[in-house]
Design a binder for this molecule. Structure first.
Ligand SMILES: [Ca+2]
Ligand SMILES: [Ca+2]
Length: 178
């Protein structure tokens, strides 16, 4: 019977290590330049309980509709973001920032997140997995399904949580997760 030699085992180990490591670095260079903004000092901050790895949230100030945002994140080997726990929400808020504009005429910026209630009004599902949301963090008074046509999700620096808006508006940008 043939046993693998030590150098063969070492080579196999390297392949496994590279493969595992590679799965964390598929984001574009544009995304990577933003990574320094994240505070990764706390080991479990942003931990994804579904995939069992840490998430990275990246904000893109590129006007887009919900569908355009979803496609853009996918193109960059990520996904439109949605925090699924308090810790992730806090991590994402650090990327978005908090505050009001000093210019009363400028509209406060909003960024797409990955959820909708298109299929059934009031039933919010994850825009990628289609699963009902267990964690929700709507801003006070939201979701209000204003004008009966708000089925997608945004957040922004002036909001303490999420807001439902029309999926076809041009938001100021979107948050991708990696
Ligand atoms: Ca709705
Ligand atoms: Ca709303």
């Amino acid at each position: 019977m043939h046993y693998p030699r030590p150098h063969q085992l070492a080579a196999l180990l390297w392949v496994l290590v590279l493969f595992e490591h590679g799965s964390y670095n598929f984001a574009s260079t544009e995304a990577q330049t933003h990574w320094e903004e994240f505070d990764l000092s706390y080991p479990f901050e942003g931990y994804d309980y579904q995939t069992r790895r840490r998430k990275k949230f990246v904000k893109y100030d590129i006007p887009a509709t919900f569908l355009e945002a979803k496609k853009a994140c996918k193109k960059m080997k990520g996904f439109l973001a949605l925090p699924i726990a308090n810790k992730q929400e806090r991590q994402m808020r650090k990327v978005i920032g908090f505050g009001f504009s000093t210019d009363p005429l400028s509209m406060p910026p909003v960024y797409w997140l990955c959820a909708n209630d298109k299929a059934k009004e009031g039933k919010w599902i994850h825009c990628k997995t289609g699963r009902p949301l267990k964690y929700k963090n709507f801003h006070k008074g939201q979701p209000d399904n204003n004008s009966g046509s708000e089925d997608c999700l945004v957040t922004g620096p002036y909001l303490r949580g999420w807001n439902d808006v029309d999926c076809n508006i041009k938001a100021n940008g979107y948050i991708c997760e990696y």
